[in-house]
Ligand binder design. Structure first.
Ligand SMILES: Cc1cc2nc3c(=O)[nH]c(=O)nc-3n(C[C@H](O)[C@H](O)[C@H](O)COP(=O)(O)OP(=O)(O)OC[C@H]3O[C@@H](n4cnc5c(N)ncnc54)[C@H](O)[C@@H]3O)c2cc1C
Ligand code: SF4
Length: 328
């Protein structure tokens, strides 16, 4: 591990001020960043500990939505009564991730900004990884790419984003609140992570020194019909090969609104609003679910070892929607 300076921030503004130091990084629970530092993948000169900032509360918003503070632990978020009752999709997604010990340390902000699990990114023995060393190439492209993207990839990077939480938040149309040197702004979850393009070293659209302060969930009518389906190599403690967050508002047998997002398939949670719209205004049936699945997977492109992901994603979408909607 490289030598680094450790500083603990006690206010948001203090943290933002400290982040002006060259090569500084925020650290929340450290469950991802420390592993990357131990492996020499990330080498910050200064660590700014934000885990004690007073941003761990989960509170109801005046419009009926819920705010999750950026320092709320994943386990506290999953088990909070407001989340369990109003956003069971998020509870399911969080409990499908990592292990109880990790969830007891991991923060909401850190979860969104965890890095890809691409093997070639983690192993500095490989000298081609545009995300780790811009301009060096992509070892996954002609390597073992079983876990890699089938949507939105580029010639520079075919990595996927690993967060389960982010997939549920995309389906629930959450917004991320950030504060940085230029002030505060909110970013739709849909737009928070980016596609790799020619600059895969950037996972999200954050500017230097911007701190995630909270995640806002809008009021929804999705609580009764929600399913987070995670398909993986082991039944627990494994990242998603494909995951589906499906949430429906069904009244009088008709789908009134739908939230649908995929994980494990792209550099960001994959949400196609047109596919959601195809489910709305009619009963949920095999025809509408398959049509939505086809729309989500439009343009999918597989690589040598991940061809199975396209049919797996199609079937997983139908399965998750069926469970959410109670279709047998
Ligand atoms: C063995 C293992 C299995 C796992 N399995 C899963 C899984 O199945 N599903 C899943 O979703 N996750 C999984 N994880 C990942 C885990 O969820 C993340 O490591 C965790 O959520 C990161 O949160 P943290 O607070 O520890 O982040 P940190 O490690 O502290 O930080 C991660 C990144 O976020 C930045 N950061 C942290 N907080 C902020 C902030 N407030 N504002 C701006 N930047 C910030 C840091 O600079 C760093 O770049 C697994 C991890 C491990 C080690
Ligand atoms: S897929 Fe992305 S993270 Fe993986 S080796 Fe290629 S450039 Fe690096």
């Amino acid at each position: 591990m490289n030598e680094f300076r450790y500083r603990r921030a006690s206010t948001v503004d203090e943290a933002i001020g400290m982040a002006r130091e060259p090569n500084a990084a925020f650290i929340g629970g450290g469950t991802n960043l420390l592993d990357l530092m131990k492996g020499g993948v990330m080498t910050p000169a200064t660590l700014i500990d934000v885990s004690r900032l007073p941003l761990a509360d989960i509170t109801e918003l005046p419009d009926g939505g819920v705010r999750i503070g950026a320092m709320a632990l994943n386990s506290d978020t999953a088990n909070h009564p407001l989340i369990r009752q109003r956003y069971p999709l998020l509870t399911q997604a969080l409990l499908a991730g990592a292990s109880p010990q990790l969830r007891n340390k991991a923060t909401a902000g850190g979860n969104l900004l965890q890095r890809t699990r691409c093997y070639y990114f983690y192993d500095t023995g490989f000298d081609r990884c545009n995300k780790r060393m811009p301009g060096s190439g992509c070892a996954a492209m002609d390597g073992f790419n079983r876990i890699h993207a089938i949507l939105g990839a580029s010639n520079a990077c075919i990595a996927t984003h690993p967060s389960d939480m982010a997939v549920a938040l995309a389906a629930l149309r959450a917004t991320v609140r950030v504060k940085g040197p230029a002030g505060e702004r909110t970013i739709a979850m849909q737009d928070f992570h980016r596609l790799p393009g020619s600059t895969p070293e950037h996972d999200a659209i954050l500017n230097p020194g911007e701190l995630i302060t909270a995640i806002d969930l809008p009021r929804t009518a999705f609580a009764q019909h929600a399913c987070y389906l995670k398909v993986r190599d082991r039944a627990s403690y494994a990242f998603a090969l494909v995951s589906v967050a499906a949430a429906l508002d069904i009244r009088g047998g008709i789908v009134r609104d739908a939230g649908l997002a995929l994980g494990g398939v792209a550099h960001k949670p994959w949400r196609v609003p047109q596919a959601e719209a195809m489910l709305v205004g009619r009963p949920l049936d095999n025809q509408s679910m398959r049509a939505a699945a086809d729309a989500v997977l439009q343009g999918a492109q597989a690589y040598k070892y991940n061809q199975f992901k396209i049919p797996l994603a199609q079937r997983s979408i139908v399965r998750a929607l069926s469970v959410a909607g109670g279709v047998t």
